[in-house]
Design a binder for this molecule. Structure first.
Ligand SMILES: [Zn+2]
Length: 76
């Protein structure tokens, strides 16, 4: 059963509820009894299309060119 995060706008508390997806958008009641709550977007319990993308990384350019130095006695 998926888990949903809610935040109470009355007292600012956040809490979790487990409920069927059919009731995902039903109003939730704060543990303190407040009814002014909002459902938070959550990424938990997502099965199937789990593609945690990463920022594209560029491989560092290898080396700094070859030859030219230390081969012809320029740095000795
Ligand atoms: Zn509350």
């Amino acid at each position: 059963m998926p888990r949903y995060d809610f935040r109470c706008r009355a007292c600012g508390a956040t809490f979790e509820l487990r409920r069927p997806m059919a009731q995902a958008n039903d109003p939730a009641v704060c543990p303190q009894g407040h009814q002014d709550t909002v459902k938070l977007l959550s990424t938990v319990a997502v099965t199937g299309a789990a593609s945690a993308g990463g920022a594209p990384q560029q491989a560092p350019s290898a080396g700094g060119g070859g030859g030219g130095c230390c081969g012809g006695g320029c740095c000795g």
